[in-house]
Write a protein that binds this ligand. Structure first.
Ligand SMILES: Cc1cc2nc3c(=O)[nH]c(=O)nc-3n(C[C@H](O)[C@H](O)[C@H](O)COP(=O)(O)OP(=O)(O)OC[C@H]3O[C@@H](n4cnc5c(N)ncnc54)[C@H](O)[C@@H]3O)c2cc1C
Length: 455
């Protein structure tokens, strides 16, 4: 019997478990999927936007894997860190451990004023409306009239869309009570999305972009002069542009032709801005009051350069969405420059050599790129390495009952019945509010709901 621990129950953890079940070289496999949270699915639950129901429904296929009798979900177990199980001790319990801990920390802007009240990472805002228990449920009051989102990827578009979408529409989702209340009382009227490069280099997909234009009560404003600055835009007819860039440019061109909406035309305006590099967050009365941008132009080599011209954009709320990075897990090697664990085809490298029984998959292996499905092939590669190593791994000792050992160490894991109990509590909460399931946003509430199952 091969006993494997997978640390992290996001897409890469669950796809790793699935690949272990699907291989045929080692028929007898048991997989424990551990997570520091009492809830499974990682960023599918706590990152994918609540109004993206189709992507959210991927949880159903992840669920089928976690319900397989050879798989055990072990929530509420942190690996590494001050209160966590050290990786070296976890390694004593299993033939192999696969780390799938994601890369959910935000990249800083590294500009003055970044820490002012009113300036937050998009990660924090996403975690808030997704009910992540590490973020206070009343974390955002949304008293700002103007918000700036820095970054032009899908996460930037997600947070801008949630800011601009009316709370009425979000009532049908599982957005937690306090967040829905704050969004309902939101005073935000202007949302600026700003990127330092041109539209042809923005990383949003056309689908996400079009969704912005379809928001009831919101109008998109695009400055034709900023589009025209982009060499790809100017040469659109002649250049063999990637399809996504061509489609994005078409959508932006359509919006730029609409001009500035009249006061009565839209409740909220979303201004898509390009060639603006943030250089400072401006302060008034101890809070953020705006963003000073340096205007940039293409440098002819695929990048941009400053022009020496500055533009201040008023904002009482600033959300930074300039990328994610991995966080070091104490006890595991870490490449601080890449923000990933060093590996060779998924085998963790310690001092350049594969460390027996230690593997990685997902964002912590390859960095925060790709879509959810990209984690499947990533996990498959790691599992192929692990299975190749089985002759070596089988010689390592493993505990007969790792869960009993974890409990003896004082841990109180939340297993699958505990998670099902959380789901029922969220359905009951939703019913009491006349809504579908509503997420429980705090540790105490989640653990109380989970213990409702097993006492
Ligand atoms: C805001 C946002 C929106 C996104 N929207 C989309 C989308 O619409 N479509 C799409 O295709 N992709 C989307 N993505 C990308 C997608 O979420 C990722 O590709 C995917 O979640 C990465 O999977 P992962 O398993 O590596 O990491 P994660 O999903 O982050 O899972 C990591 C898991 O590990 C657990 N963990 C972390 N540290 C520890 C520890 N020390 N001990 C125990 N457990 C631990 C975490 O609690 C978490 O459950 C989005 C990403 C973000 C950030």
């Amino acid at each position: 019997m091969l006993r494997v621990a997978v640390v992290g129950s996001g897409p890469s953890g669950v796809y790793t478990a699935q690949a272990l079940l699907n291989q045929s070289l080692v028929p007898e496999v048991r997989v424990h999927v551990l997570d520091r949270l009492p809830t499974p699915y990682g960023l599918v639950r706590y990152g994918v936007a609540p109004d993206h129901e189709k992507i959210k429904s991927l949880q159903n296929s992840l669920r089928a894997v976690l319900e397989d009798e050879r798989v055990t979900f072990v929530g509420n177990v942190q690996i590494g860190g001050a209160d966590g199980v050290p990786p070296a001790r976890l390694a004593e319990l299993y033939h192999a451990v696969v780390y799938c801990v994601g890369a959910a920390a935000d990249r800083p802007l590294s500009v003055p004023g970044e820490e002012l009240p009113g300036s937050y990472s998009a990660t924090r805002f996403v975690s808030w409306y997704s009910a992540h228990p590490d973020i206070a449920p009343d974390g955002f009051a949304l008293q700002a009239r103007s918000a700036v989102v820095i970054g032009v990827g899908n996460v930037a578009v997600d947070v801008a869309r949630i800011l601009a979408r009316g709370a009425d529409e979000l009532r049908a989702t599982d957005v937690p009570r306090a967040a829905l209340g704050a969004l309902a009382g939101s005073r935000v009227r202007e949302v600026h999305i700003a990127g330092r490069r041109g539209p042809s280099q923005a990383r949003f997909t056309t689908k996400e972009l079009r969704e912005l234009g379809a928001l009831p009560g919101a109008r998109i404003v695009v400055d034709p002069a900023e589009l025209a600055l982009d060499p790809a835009y100017a040469a659109q007819e002649g250049l063999p542009l990637p399809a996504v860039v061509r489609r994005n440019l078409e959508v932006l061109r359509g919006w730029s032709a609409l001009g500035e909406p009249g006061v009565a035309d839209a409740v909220r305006r979303i201004r898509l801005r390009f060639f603006l590099r943030p250089v400072e967050l401006l302060e008034r009365g101890g809070r953020v009051a705006g963003v000073r941008f340096a205007r940039t132009v293409p440098d002819g080599a695929g990048g941009v350069q400053d022009t020496g011209v500055y533009e201040d954009v008023e904002a009482q709320l600033v959300l930074r969405a300039v990328g994610y990075r991995g966080v070091e897990l104490p006890g595991l090697p870490f490449d601080a420059v890449r923000g990933t664990v060093p590996h060779a085809a998924g085998r963790v490298l310690r001092d350049g050599a594969p460390s027996p029984g230690e593997y990685v998959a997902g964002w912590i292996k390859r960095g925060p790129t790709g879509v959810i499905g990209s984690n499947r092939s990533c996990a498959k590669e790691t599992v192929a390495s692990l299975i190749e190593d089985v002759p070596l791994l089988a010689r390592r000792p493993a505990a007969e009952d790792p869960l009993a050992v974890l409990r003896a160490w004082g841990l109180r894991p939340v297993e699958w019945d505990g998670w099902l109990s959380i789901e029922r509590a969220e359905e009951a909460l939703g019913r009491s509010l006349g809504r579908g399931p509503v997420k429980i946003p705090d540790w105490q509430g989640l653990l109380a709901a989970a213990r409702g199952a097993s006492g």
